[in-house]
Design a protein around this ligand. Structure first.
Ligand SMILES: [Zn+2]
Ligand SMILES: [Zn+2]
Length: 286
């Protein structure tokens, strides 16, 4: 081993470490079945904890957490399967998010544990906030339209409703239309000007722009993806985890003011976001 170069030693560490994590997850995932059959008793162990410690080198706490998680995942076989693949801690994090099981599986495969935990908290405080002030602030506006524009607006509404498979009020139809309207010209370069960054820092007091998030800003996010729009308009300072959630397509109304942002329960990443998520998944490792 002394003859090994630093590089070779590192490669070996990553290989053995990665394998160790993989096999440990598989072992952990067997425990609920071991407990169900009381297999430990048949082999003269004092308890499931004793069994897990001797056979797999696990701590009591992990055994407790895994059995507890297994109960919580009753009726969710797809998510249970993920314990062997993604590890119990990550599955525990996603189990706290009230979304469809299939969606939860997608999230656990793509997003890191800490991001999942922050998403659960963000959704939770959103629900609490909804109880305090239900409904968005909408205003009634009446105006006259010529028949031609009315017809076109209705047509666009039908198109949107077909896409979303639900009724869309005319107010929202107009909002979507305004998003399509060109606003200003593209600026050169993908780097955000330092002046804009300074101003954003000041505006948000160095914190993530998400309501109730106390994390410091670590990234500047293009709500209008630079690759598509070529502008720094709408750039928003975010913490690392909320930035990942934005690129997971989990923010419903990114083009609104960040203080009005709402999280949805389904990942809808754009083509550009998918590239981001792919890199993220690769960086996460096993
Ligand atoms: Zn971004
Ligand atoms: Zn944040």
């Amino acid at each position: 081993m002394q003859n090994m170069s630093d590089g070779e030693l590192f490669v070996l560490c990553k290989k053995y470490g990665g394998e160790a994590i993989k096999w440990r997850r598989k072992f952990v995932a067997l425990l609920p079945e071991v407990e169900k059959r009381r297999l430990w008793e048949k082999h003269n162990f004092y308890s499931i904890e004793h069994f897990a410690k001797v056979v797999g080198g696990l701590s009591e706490n992990i055994v407790y957490q895994v059995l507890h998680l297994d109960k919580k995942l009753e009726g969710k076989p797809l998510l249970k399967e993920q314990i062997a693949k993604q590890g119990w801690a990550k599955v525990k994090a996603v189990a706290a998010i009230p979304v469809e099981e299939k969606e939860a599986v997608k999230m656990v495969e793509i997003l890191p544990k800490k991001t999942l935990e922050i998403f659960a908290r963000s959704l939770d405080s959103q629900v609490k906030n909804d109880v305090i002030c239900p409904g968005a602030k909408l205003q009634h506006i009446t105006f006259k339209l010529d028949p031609q524009t009315h017809f076109q607006l209705k047509k666009f509404q039908q198109k949107l409703e077909k896409e979303c498979k639900k009724p869309i009020p005319l107010g929202l139809v107009l909002k979507e239309l305004l998003k399509l309207a060109p606003q200003g010209s593209a600026q050169g370069g993908s780097r955000i000007p330092a002046k804009q960054k300074r101003e954003l820092h000041k505006k948000y007091k160095g914190k993530c722009a998400i309501k109730r998030c106390k994390n410091p800003v670590t990234e500047f996010h293009h709500t209008k993806r630079f690759a598509k729009y070529g502008t720094h308009e709408g750039v928003t300072p975010l913490c690392h985890e909320h930035h990942q959630l934005a690129h997971a397509g989990l923010i419903e109304n990114e083009h609104d003011d960040p203080k009005d942002w709402r999280f949805r329960k389904e990942m809808r990443p754009s083509v550009i976001d998918r590239k981001y998520l792919k890199n993220l998944q690769m960086a996460n490792g096993p």
